[in-house]
Design a protein around this ligand. Structure first.
Ligand SMILES: *Cc1c(COP(=O)(O)O)cnc(C)c1O
Length: 427
């Protein structure tokens, strides 16, 4: 199935006339539809909530759209907590799933009443010592170790991951928490990333539901919620079949009825923390071809670089590319599509079949709506791009301006080096 951009060349040029390339653009219509679909898929569970993983797309304008559909946020740092508080999320609408957590972050999370998810058993002591009495509600993060394998062969390696507590530790943690008069309990696990299968959540649900039944019986505690976290993936490549969130929701429902209901636990809320699935397909990076270079290979140089989208450079991740206005042109060329960083891995595509590209063409790099802009960095003193929201009525709005040299140098503001800076450079 071919991947079709959610905007045309004409619309991209119209945006570029106001806000120069490169820019990340987000599709409001797609985001709203996704939020409705997820809500519907889990409507069977009265307490269900999606906590959008802020790190995927930390833009308040986009997260406020999800908020309209009842989504909260999942945070892992102080700034993410601040952002959630600033857009009006309250108390248990915020989940704090961190690891290697500094005391001041626990302190702020407690202050705003976020649900605290402990990554390690030692954090119980740390919290009491550094922050104060434990909150009424506490969640713990589980790591079963070993290899986690789904029926369809997808595997991940929890035994090699730094997150969560072992089976013995998590039971001990709940025992301690009960002794310390914590009243409400939750459990969380994130075992596979970017799964393109409808089996992941139901399989994970069985693991967690079974464990919750075991712990409840052994310790005589009741769980309020089970957090399936993130990991529901998207088809980055055109030959993959997208996940069907209705089938995923029904799969979790079946396991709920099979494991929890007979154990008398039919009041437990299901939480999710999807980032990629919610937003990934609804963002794209628009960049202009500015150079064609022919040496031992054919290169197309664009005005975006890995500082704007790191996944290909970091993981060799595939991002589909459409040359806007040449959607139906034959794929006659083979190119490496490169950015300007002095790093040979700064390539958005390697040996990619594409239509013939001329300087000035706009390229749409698909699926940058999650873990795209947010992973940006400033290597080579390259600056972050703007972010644009394409609205349902076809109009568009700037939702984050591009970084300027002044922003880049702002952390030198206590030194007089800034006095000698030519702020008009390049204009
Ligand atoms: C990154 C992360 C998520 C979101 O993961 P996706 O792959 O975007 O679904 C959810 N929960 C936690 C704790 C995370 O670290």
């Amino acid at each position: 199935m071919d991947k079709i951009p959610f905007l045309t060349r004409e619309k991209a040029e119209e945006i570029a006339a106001r806000y120069p390339t490169p820019f990340h653009v987000y599709d409001e219509k797609g985001i709203r539809q996704k939020a409705r679909d997820v809500r519907e898929a889990f409507a069977w569970n009265p307490g269900f909530r999606e906590y959008f993983a802020v790190k995927a797309t930390p833009n308040p304008f986009l997260i406020k759209i999800l908020q309209e559909y009842g989504c909260g946020t999942d945070c892992s740092s102080l700034s993410e907590l601040m952002l959630s508080d600033a857009i009006g999320l309250k108390g248990h609408e915020i989940m704090f799933t961190s690891n290697d957590t500094p005391a001041e972050e626990f302190r702020y999370a407690a202050q705003i009443g976020a649900i605290i998810n402990f990554d390690d058993i030692s954090h119980i002591d740390f919290y009491e010592r550094e922050v104060g009495p434990l909150p009424d509600t506490v969640c713990c993060r589980y790591n079963p170790g070993g290899i986690y394998e789904l029926a369809n062969g997808i595997m991940d390696n929890p035994g090699d991951s730094k997150y969560g507590m072992t089976h013995a530790q998590i039971i001990e943690a709940y025992r301690i928490l009960k002794e310390k008069r914590v009243k409400h309990f939750g459990i969380h696990a994130f075992l596979c990333s970017n799964t393109v299968t409808n089996d992941y959540y139901p399989t994970l649900a069985r693991t967690l539901f079974t464990l919750v039944a075991e712990i409840s019986k052994e310790l005589g505690i009741r769980f309020d919620f089970i957090n399936l976290s993130g990991g529901v993936g998207i088809p980055y490549s055109p030959d993959q079949t997208p996940n069907d969130i209705m089938a995923i929701g029904q799969g979790v429902h079946r396991v709920y009825d099979e494991v929890l209901v007979p154990a008398g636990m039919d009041q437990i809320a299901i939480y999710t923390e999807m980032g990629r699935f919610m937003m990934g397909p609804h963002g794209g990076l628009v960049t202009r071809a500015i150079h064609a270079k022919h040496t031992y290979k054919n290169y197309i140089g664009v005005d975006a670089c890995a500082a704007n989208l790191m996944r290909p450079a970091m993981y060799g991740a595939y991002h589909h590319i459409t040359v806007l206005g040449k959607e139906d042109a034959p794929l006659t060329e083979v190119y490496d599509v490169t950015g300007a960083l002095c790093e040979n891995n700064d390539k958005f595509a390697i040996d990619r079949k594409l239509p013939a590209i001329e300087n000035g063409d706009l390229l749409f790099i698909h699926d940058t709506g999650a873990h795209g802009f947010s992973m940006g960095y400033n290597y080579n003193a390259r600056l972050w791009s703007s972010e644009i929201l394409l609205k349902e009525d076809g109009s568009f709005e700037l939702i984050r301006r591009a970084q300027t040299p002044r922003d880049y140098f702002a952390t030198f503001d206590c030194f007089d080096i800034l006095d000698g800076m030519n702020w008009e450079a390049g204009r």
